[in-house]
Design a protein around this ligand. Sequence first.
Ligand SMILES: [Zn+2]
Length: 327
Amino acid sequence: MAKKFKKGVWLHNIPKLGGKQGIDRFVKRYADAGFDLLVPCVKNANGLVDYHSRIAAVNPASREWDPLEYMTAQAKQAGIKVHAWFCVNLEGDSGKLLAEHPEYAALTPDGKRARTGAGWFTCLARPEARNYQVRIMGEVAKNYDVDGIHLDYIRTGDNVCFCKICSAMFKKVAGVNFKESRWWQREIPGWYNWRIGNVTKIVAGVSKQCKKYKKELSAAVYHAFPYTMITQSQDFPGWCREGYLDMVAPMTYTPDPYMMQAYTRGHIANMEGKTELWEGLIVGYHGSKSKSLLEEVKLAKKLGAHGAMIFEHHGISDALLKQLARI
Ligand SMILES: [Zn+2]
């Protein structure tokens, strides 16, 4: 039988907690509910960070004091772990990377900058863009008393990049321009493996930093593996095999417990090595109520996952938390 089923929570927007007292309440809330892990977002989708970085641009709300430093101290006292969450390949207009190097923006096949939500994807074929992300995660691993680093947006973006460098690579391996290509020409190993390799270089780089400073490394990944290798250049079982990750949380965001089970079985089958699988489950997706979330958390436990990551704090009511604490 599996060991204790673990639980963690993602937290969007640390400033929204409302300062130190808000952090105190946040930490106590989940420690009291028997949770094992807090994953606060420290690099936001706009590229700004909520810690005192020497490299990245700091969110104005976090310049007077360092919320990450404060939260890690409180969490340590409460006996709950913290992984600092980075939206890795997302940069906003106010973020430092694209402000200084707009040429690193990832491009769609139409030559437009590739956007998702609040941010822009960057071209991960550029060592400078990859290294920037590794450096900012490395400074947190080195300078903060966190238990680990958490990777999100650790992917190229769907159907990007087609900058000069990437377009030339596609032409080289496929023999045609992307726009003239058919779908089967896009699944050639020389193309998608190259894109995956660029993402994996970031994972490998951060893993090295984490091992150096004795931190864990976890990742939120797309749930529909293996197709996400083609669409998002994301090979989380490969990262597990290489020993880069300690925990992986596929974002299995479906309101249908039947589908959720199908995905979870696939994740378990694809897991290798010592990496833990925590199913990422969402509150209120597509109108689902907490009933389906609770059912999915129970199913994750029953199917043999090591834990569940809940998305996200601001949507979890006290009544729901009480029920989650019992699983
Ligand atoms: Zn590119």
